[in-house]
Design a protein around this ligand. Structure first.
Ligand SMILES: Nc1ncnc2c1ncn2[C@@H]1O[C@H](COP(=O)(O)OP(=O)(O)OP(=O)(O)O)[C@@H](O)[C@H]1O
Ligand SMILES: [Mg+2]
Length: 227
């Protein structure tokens, strides 16, 4: 799969049309700074008069949070296909319940902590289902709704582990997988940033929090998405 194949074969994957709310997602391996940057951007946009909704995947709805707990606390391994469909179910519910209604008001901004690129990276690349299979699972509206812009915060697998250790967090289902898995995830996100190069903006996550944030705000302004 490359950018040209995607453009030719999957025309239904589109961002919300103009005049609707803004839809932004944040992606990257564990510890890359997604939550940190979402918090900074949310505050900035609120000061600009926007109404932000911070949502996380999987979860964001009562059904989704239950599914999140079930998946992340699972000690037995699920098949890649089962995982892909579980995440897609939670996503369909989140779109139906929270995202689509909010998009009707152009003053609303949805900030999503992980979205479809995590499915491409985790189940598509790291677990081997392939990006085409993930696209196939998402081909029906509203699952084929793409964000206006996706910020991919890029850090190395080594730095990801260092940041996780520094946080001293308990390892969940995905984090207890081997370092090799983090490497595959990293490759997955890198691949996404090539295939979806118009939507995804790759930012060096090793810069200071302030510099990452400046780049995010500048991109939104350059794309005429915010002032
Ligand atoms: N630019 C940065 N430079 C150094 N440390 C950072 C930077 N951004 C975030 N951190 C720190 O790295 C850790 C991980 O950041 P954060 O929780 O924002 O990442 P995340 O991508 O949301 O991780 P997860 O996928 O596990 O939710 C935190 O301790 C945070 O304070
Ligand atoms: Mg986070």
């Amino acid at each position: 799969m490359n950018a040209q194949d995607f453009k030719e074969n999957y025309p239904q994957f589109q961002a919300p049309q103009q005049g609707q709310g803004l839809f932004i997602s944040f992606e990257g391996i564990e510890g890359s700074g997604k939550s940190t940057q979402i918090q900074i951007l949310s505050q900035y946009l609120n000061e600009q008069g926007y109404q932000t909704s911070v949502l996380r995947e999987p979860g964001g709805t009562i059904f989704g949070e239950k599914l999140r707990d079930a998946i992340l606390s699972s000690k037995e391994s699920l098949s890649a296909l089962a995982e892909a469909h579980l995440f897609a179910s939670a996503r369909a519910q989140l779109l139906h319940e929270k995202i689509i209604p909010k998009l009707k008001d152009p003053k609303n901004v949805i900030l999503l902590d992980r979205y479809i690129d995590s499915s491409f990276a985790y189940q598509g690349v790291a677990r081997g289902l392939g990006i085409n299979e993930i696209l196939r699972i998402h081909h029906t509206y509203p699952l084929c709704l793409f964000p206006h812009t996706t910020f991919y915060l890029a850090i190395s697998p080594e730095d990801s582990l260092k940041r996780q250790e520094a946080r001293g967090q308990e390892r969940d289902y995905f984090e207890s997988e081997k370092f090799q898995f983090t490497q595959k995830l990293f490759e997955g996100f890198e691949k996404c940033s090539e295939v979806f190069n118009q939507r995804i903006v790759k930012i060096d996550g090793n810069q200071t929090r302030e510099d990452v944030s400046k780049q995010i705000k500048k991109t939104l302004s350059n794309r005429n998405l915010t002032p």
